[in-house]
Design a protein. Structure first.
Length: 516
């Protein structure tokens, strides 16, 4: 009986000592800013979500630290919004061994975000408590005497002995010397900054396509931007001044705009690729400096311009069939007054289309094509169509949908539709440099994509490999489109800095940078 009382008392003492040690040794935790995608005011939400989650964690078992390197556990959060639905996802990283634990919460509507953060905090507390539960017995075993019945053969019970103070480690052990690295890797090529010369004030709304027009004797230049329904003309001097605007009929959707001067009259034409209920309904406008004039409508082609100067640029065209799929060859567009025809078909690879291909020139003068395939890899083909090179990394990245084939495709096959995206523009400069954008983001789900950072890469074709010459440093935002003016050595970027949402139309910025 006395033995049972002794065991019971020892267990109570063990639990009390464990709780005391847990309070005296809280876990050092760093909570990072959230990564936010698909929601309005994403920049503000990053810190707001961090603060709300932090305030709901159990302060009795954690000690918040400012820097990740000070923490035993690092909490990395992300918030993704899909229409009314949202998902809160957390990675808990062990700062010592790098092990990861995942927890999540999801909900519907803004009113459920804060309750979901509370539920998420309790899950994080439970995961952190597992660390304490594992660490406490090891710490108390050497300091708390416990009388516990042991199996035969019996062993003598040791009398309680106070732990002897540990001797301080020798000085050499306190200042370990790191061995020098076996080798050093110098990054080549290094990331570089594009010297920024100008950036506009944010434009209200999300614009998805940009093209350049004339440069006037005053140095001012014409810029054209478009969203799903509207095209605007701006004059860029010291400020950005809107000159004109035109809207296409509903339910048409603008996919891309390009400029050229095919009749060499000095007036830019705008070639507007439009999809209307899975069929092409493209238009051509002219711009006289103050207003748009409609030259042609209901054109059967999508358009893409090749060349870095609108006065010498060639416009290519490709038809689409029912369901919004590309059809037939890519051909050069010819303008005769207000009529348009095509000539000179390009022999593209099987996977090439009007929006995902660019030309390359080899050292021997052989013409190659580079394709951004549907997975985002750069693939190079010679005229015979046999693949000769493929990148190991992904590039491009677009949120613009050409078509879904949702109705006709599903009815015909009974399968789920495949989304067709408008790929990023690739531009070949006169010195052989190929410009390729690279958008990155946190998720890609069905037809929902969200990119929030981008870079611009410069490649050169050696005849055997597509070799990187340089790339810009990663910038926040989604690069929707860009245009290049090689005569001035400038690249004009169309950057979405705030996505549209329930309470905002979004924001877009035009910036002009020089390529040295």
């Amino acid at each position: 009986m006395n033995r049972l009382i002794s065991v019971f008392a020892s267990l109570i003492l063990l639990l009390m000592t464990s709780a005391a040690i847990a309070q005296e040794n809280p876990i050092k935790v760093h909570v990072s800013l959230f990564n936010v995608t698909g929601a309005a005011n994403s920049q503000e939400l990053k810190q707001t979500l961090q603060e709300i989650l932090t305030s709901r964690l159990d302060s009795a078992q954690i000690m918040l630290v400012e820097k990740p390197e000070q923490a035993e556990r690092i909490v990395i959060g992300s918030y993704a919004q899909f229409g009314k639905m949202f998902s809160l996802d957390i990675l808990i990283k062990n700062g010592t061994n790098g092990n990861l634990v995942k927890v999540f919460e999801q909900g519907e509507g803004q009113e459920d975000v804060i309750p979901a953060l509370g539920r998420l905090a309790r899950k994080i507390d439970a995961e952190l408590a597992k660390r304490t539960a594992k660490a406490v017995p090891a710490a108390t075993a050497s300091t708390v005497p416990v009388a516990v019945p042991v199996p035969a053969p019996p062993t003598p019970v040791l009398s309680p002995v106070a732990a002897a103070p540990s001797a301080p480690p020798p000085a050499a052990a306190q200042t370990p010397v790191k061995a020098p690295p076996a080798y050093v890797i110098t990054p080549e090529p290094s990331a570089k900054e594009l010297p920024g010369s100008w950036s506009s004030a944010p434009l209200d709304g999300v614009f998805t396509s940009i093209a350049t027009g004339r440069t006037l004797p005053s140095g001012e230049r014409e810029l054209f931007v478009a969203n799903d329904r509207t095209i605007r003309a701006y004059l860029k001097g010291r400020e950005l001044i809107q000159l004109a605007e035109v809207t296409i009929p509903h339910p048409g959707k603008i996919l891309a705009i390009d400029t050229a001067d095919l009749d060499s009259d000095g007036t830019p034409e705008l070639y507007v690729s439009i999809i209307d209920r899975e069929a092409s309904s493209s238009r051509v406008y002219s711009f006289n400096g103050t207003a748009f004039s409609l030259l042609a409508e209901n054109q059967m082609w999508f358009f893409r311009g090749l060349g870095s100067d609108f006065s010498t640029r060639t416009i290519f065209a490709q038809e689409i069939e029912a369901g919004g799929k590309y059809y037939g060859a890519v051909k050069e567009l010819v303008k005769s007054g207000t009529r348009f025809t095509t000539k000179n078909s390009l022999r593209l690879p099987r996977t090439g289309n009007i929006f995902n291909v660019a030309k390359l020139s080899g050292a021997s003068g052989t013409e190659y094509y580079v394709v951004l395939d549907e997975d985002g890899y750069l693939v190079v083909y010679p005229p015979d169509g046999a693949e000769v090179w493929k990148s190991s990394e992904k590039f491009g990245g677009s949120e613009g949908i050409v078509s879904t084939g949702a109705q006709s495709y599903s009815r015909a096959t009974g399968d789920l539709p495949r989304w067709t995206f408008l790929e990023q523009r690739m531009t070949l400069l006169k010195d052989g440099t190929l410009l390729v954008p690279h958008n990155e983001g946190s998720f890609s789900f069905g037809k929902n994509r969200s990119f929030d950072r981008y870079s611009l890469f410069g490649f050169t074709w050696t005849g055997a490999v597509l070799k990187e010459k340089w790339h810009t440093r990663q910038s926040p935002g989604y690069l929707a489109d860009y245009a290049c003016n090689e005569a001035s050595g400038e690249v004009v970027l169309l950057e979405v800095v705030q996505k549209s949402g329930m309470f905002t139309k979004g924001k877009t910025v035009i910036s002009i940078n020089r390529i040295e």
